[in-house]
Design a protein around this ligand. Structure first.
Ligand SMILES: *Cc1c(COP(=O)(O)O)cnc(C)c1O
Length: 233
């Protein structure tokens, strides 16, 4: 078995075990393989091993690789500048990183031009770190209401969050619980344009804990492909 295929099957086992331990009643957890810095060959190898969803954090990497990668669902998981929405609107299935009305409006406008409704997640910054993108918990409800009122070609499918880096993932368990509680609260809202399905949290170093605390989509790069080397891009 190749290394990537091997890695994917071990991750799937870890995911299943975490679902059983967690008891948050997720039916399944979507594994999004994060492919930043990876070549189309590596990505196609992951797809051959059963990956159906891939995540990129830069617009340029999506447009560069799009035609060389086998059919798959693309996720925009990184900070998205308003002026770059047009390059990916017809390529991605889900935008995880919406944290402003300005961005949501541009996604709405571009989606309308393509006669589509774009699925998005609201990015929450529960850690309240100045340096990170995402909305504070208190700002997020207002943002959801504004998007529902202004963006008919956008559908809000859930929340995304990144835990602060911690050597021991136990240190961020409470962070995941907080975002899960918020997710459950918003999931109850009944409105056209809102259909909560995804709670996207958990990366290579913390996805087990994230799943135990209710994540149903995890974004995993290093554990699928090995350590990234940014210099060799
Ligand atoms: C890179 C990245 C990941 C995956 O990180 P790993 O530690 O390699 O699993 C997940 N989410 C976002 C937003 C990323 O940029």
């Amino acid at each position: 078995m190749s290394q990537i295929k091997d890695n994917i099957s071990s991750i799937k086992k870890v995911i299943e075990a975490a679902i059983k331990r967690g008891g948050k009643c997720q039916e399944e957890v979507l594994l999004i393989a994060v492919t930043k810095t990876r070549t189309p060959e590596e990505i196609n190898e992951a797809i051959a091993a059963g990956i159906t969803d891939i995540g990129e954090n830069k617009v340029q990497e999506i447009t560069d690789k799009f035609d060389m990668v086998k059919p798959v669902r693309w996720h925009m998981i990184g900070h998205l500048q308003t002026n770059k929405v047009k390059y990916i609107i017809d390529k991605v299935s889900l935008i995880h990183s919406v944290d402003s009305l300005k961005l949501a409006r541009e996604i709405d406008r571009r989606a309308a031009q393509h006669n589509k409704v774009m699925d998005i997640l609201i990015q929450i910054n529960a850690a309240e770190e100045e340096s990170k993108f995402g909305l504070r918990k208190e700002e997020s409800e207002q943002m959801i209401r504004e998007i529902l009122a202004n963006c008919p070609n956008v559908r809000i499918r859930g929340l995304m969050s990144m835990a602060p880096f911690a050597d021991d993932p136990e240190a961020v368990r409470g962070f995941f619980t907080e975002v899960f509680d918020l997710y459950c609260e918003y999931k109850k809202i009944r409105h056209d344009g809102l259909d909560f399905r995804y709670l996207s949290m958990g990366m290579s170093n913390d996805y087990e804990v994230a799943i135990e605390e209710g994540a149903n989509a995890v974004r995993i790069g290093t554990s699928v492909f090995g350590a990234r080397n940014y210099n060799l891009k």
